[in-house]
Every structure is written in structure tokens, then in C-alpha cells.
Write a protein that binds this ligand. Structure first.
Ligand code: GDP
Length: 177
């Protein structure tokens, strides 16, 4: 397969204020070394971009579920994604609990073995305000059978790693078919 194949629809999920918009704007920016032209914006909510991961290109369409309290929007996003970044803020335990709830709802729609999910503990730059430890995050991901990463959108730390992780997981699934 010469190119990355069909676009991957990645959905950002998480409580308000955890950093979804910040993730989307880093994704939309040119900070991954590829041209910003590669990002086509369709309104505020959708951004398409081709990135290179391990020497192979992949096209990601990023969908942001702005309002996870909106039942319809949430149901819709759970049906449209190929992969999910499930965000919480390490400074906000309520957002961590919300991520667990969202994971449970997601599991009803998507069997884990087909849909990559990464639990993302964002705002890891705010060390003094930490409410959720790294080991709690890791343990939660293990229970929910998904990958785990801590990020800082503010420091642009590990944000691209999260997207690359999604691509790698999809390739593993593709290659094991
Ligand atoms: P959303 O509601 O999930 O889309 O969250 P936003 O992306 O709007 O972020 C909410 C607030 O948290 C904003 O003021 C961001 O600047 C801030 N923020 C987002 N990510 C980080 C981070 O990694 N570190 C810090 N310190 N602030 C962040």
C-alpha cells in the first residue's frame, strides 16, 4: 500500500475545559513539519490533515465533540469515529471521572478490538495542581483496555504522539488482518 489509505476519523472527547480545542488547534497548525495547506478546515469542527508516521503517510480527519453534555452530538460522534482521543485534565478529577463515563458509553457503541482509544491526561505541565496521578491514569486505561498518554497542549508536549499512537494502533489492526 503506497499511501496511508482512507482517512482516519479521529474524535476528541472529554469534559469541558480539558483541552480539546487546544488539541484541535495544534493539529490544525503547521507544527508537525508538514504544510499548513495540508489542513483543510470545514467550519470550526472538522480539520483534515495528512501527516507522516514512521515513514508512511496517514490522513486524519479530526472531529471535535465540543459539547459532550449534548446527547445527540455525543451519540453521533460515537457512531462516526474510527478512533478516539479521550481527554481529561490531570488537574480536574471530575474530568477524569467523566472520561470513564464516556469510555463506558463508547464501549456500548464500539467494541474495543476494532476502535483504537487513547486515554489522554492533558495539562501535565500544571504539576502543582495535579489531582490525578500518572498511575491512576495508567490503571484506568488498563481497566478500559486502551492506551494511555499524558500531554500538555500548552507546552505542545506529546500532542502529536497521541495522534501518531492512533495511526500506529490502526496499522497494527490493519496488518493483523
Ligand atoms: P475544551 O473545552 O476541552 O475545548 O478546552 P480548551 O482547549 O478550550 O482549554 C480550556 C483551557 O485550558 C484553556 O484556557 C486552555 O488554554 C487551557 N489548556 C488547555 N490545555 C492545556 C495544557 O496542557 N496546559 C495548561 N496549563 N492549560 C491548558
Amino acid at each position: 500500500e503506497p499511501t496511508g489509505g482512507s482517512p482516519i476519523r479521529v474524535v476528541l472527547l472529554g469534559a469541558n475545559g480539558v483541552g480539546k480545542k487546544s488539541f484541535a488547534s495544534i493539529f490544525a497548525g503547521a507544527s508537525d513539519g508538514m504544510d499548513s495547506e495540508d489542513c483543510e478546515l470545514y467550519g470550526d469542527e472538522v480539520c483534515e490533515k495528512t501527516i507522516e508516521v514512521d515513514g508512511e503517510t496517514a490522513t486524519i480527519i479530526l472531529l471535535n465533540t465540543w459539547d459532550t453534555e449534548d446527547e445527540w452530538a455525543l451519540e453521533h460522534s460515537m457512531q462516526t469515529g474510527d478512533a478516539y482521543l479521550l481527554l481529561y485534565s490531570i488537574t480536574d478529577r471530575a474530568s477524569f471521572l467523566r472520561a470513564s463515563e464516556l469510555r463506558i458509553t463508547l464501549r456500548r457503541h464500539r467494541p474495543a478490538q476494532h476502535t483504537p482509544i487513547i486515554l489522554v491526561g492533558n495539562k501535565c505541565d500544571l504539576v502543582r495542581c495535579r489531582e490525578v496521578s500518572v498511575s491512576e491514569g495508567r490503571a484506568c486505561a488498563a481497566v478500559f483496555d486502551c492506551k494511555f498518554i499524558e500531554t500538555s497542549a500548552a507546552m505542545q508536549h506529546n500532542v502529536w504522539e497521541a495522534f501518531h499512537g492512533i495511526v500506529r494502533q490502526l496499522r497494527l489492526r490493519r496488518d493483523s488482518k
